[in-house]
Structure formats: C-alpha cells, structure tokens
Design a protein around this ligand. Structure first.
Ligand code: FES
Length: 175
C-alpha cells in the first residue's frame, strides 16, 4: 500500500501556524500594555488634596476673590506642574472664616461672576443669582453654589478643587 505523506505535512503546517499565532499574540501583549499605559493611569492630580491658592490677607470681608486652582499632569511622555483644574471664588464671612465656591454654575455649567453693584454672584447665561453665602436667590439654577473644601493656615489658603454634576438638585461630585 502507498504512503500518504500529505495529511502528515498539513498537520505539521497547522501546528507550525498555531505556534506562530500563540507566539505572536504573546509577543504583542507588552506592546499593547505600553500603548494603553496612559489610559489606565491617573494622569491629573491636585484634586485630592487642598492646594495653595492665596494668602489669608488676600481675602477681605465682602470682597470675593477669584482664584485659579492648579494641579499636576503627568503621563508616560509629559509632565505639567501647573495645570489649571478650575477656579474658585474665595470669600471671608463676617466671622472671619474663609469659604470657597466653585465658579461653575450648577444650572448648566457657565462661569459665575461677582457683580460689584448688586453684591451678588451672577450667572449671565440664564440669569441665576446667588448670595454671598452661596444660596440661589433667583433664576433656574437647581441649587446654590457648590462649596469647596478649604484649609487655612497662618500663611496660606488651600482649596480642594472638585467638579459637580450640573442640572441636578443635589450636589454630586464627578469622578
Ligand atoms: Fe448659569 Fe444657566 S448656566 S443660569
């Protein structure tokens, strides 16, 4: 009876192909991990801890002060030490305590201004107004200004910057 080498050869060919696929897949895993690294890594920091935004003497009673809050951005390729996370309104209460409010309007996210004449915080987008204590006084905003965590020492005012969901009644942090 004659030999049938063909099935044996095709089995070896299949085996070699399968080994090639396994080795190729295994070799590509570190490369994929490298490419996906920034996606899996937290690249912006500064929102976890309060960061310095002003000196205590900078904030006077009845005169809100707008400050920027900076954090750090770092990934596999870049490092930015002063990346703007957002901004805050600082104000001193009649009792001398410093409070901070986000400048993001809780209605739909526009920027909040301080109106010197009426002595109110004001959002020009849909005309919402807020008192010095952050309470919503008029307009469509579903809640008052979002208060941020403040830490004060003899030499500095520190604010922990956070963003909150807009268009909802309760203050809900994002992220
Ligand atoms: Fe401020 Fe609409 S975004 S009132």
């Amino acid at each position: 009876m004659a030999d049938h080498p063909r099935p044996r050869r095709s089995f070896l060919g299949l085996l070699a192909g399968a080994i090639g696929v396994v080795v190729g897949a295994a070799a590509s895993i570190p490369g994929l991990g490298f490419l996906a690294h920034p996606l899996r890594t937290k690249t912006v920091s500064g929102g976890e801890e309060p960061v310095r935004v002003a000196a205590p003497d900078d904030v006077r009673p009845g005169r809100p002060l707008r400050v920027n809050v900076y954090g750090q951005r770092r990934d596999g390729w870049t490092r930015i030490d002063r990346m703007k996370l957002g901004a805050a309104w600082l104000m001193r209460t009649p009792e001398g305590r410093v409070r901070a409010f986000s400048t993001v309007c809780p209605h739909l996210g526009c920027g909040i201004d301080w109106d010197e004449k009426s002595e109110k915080f004001h959002c020009p987008c849909h005309n919402s107004g807020f008192g010095l204590d952050g309470r919503c006084l008029y307009g469509p905003s579903p809640r008052g200004l979002d208060e941020l965590e403040v830490a004060t020492t003899a030499t500095e005012i520190r604010v922990r910057y956070q963003r909150f969901k807009v268009a909802v009644k309760e203050k809900e942090p994002i992220g």
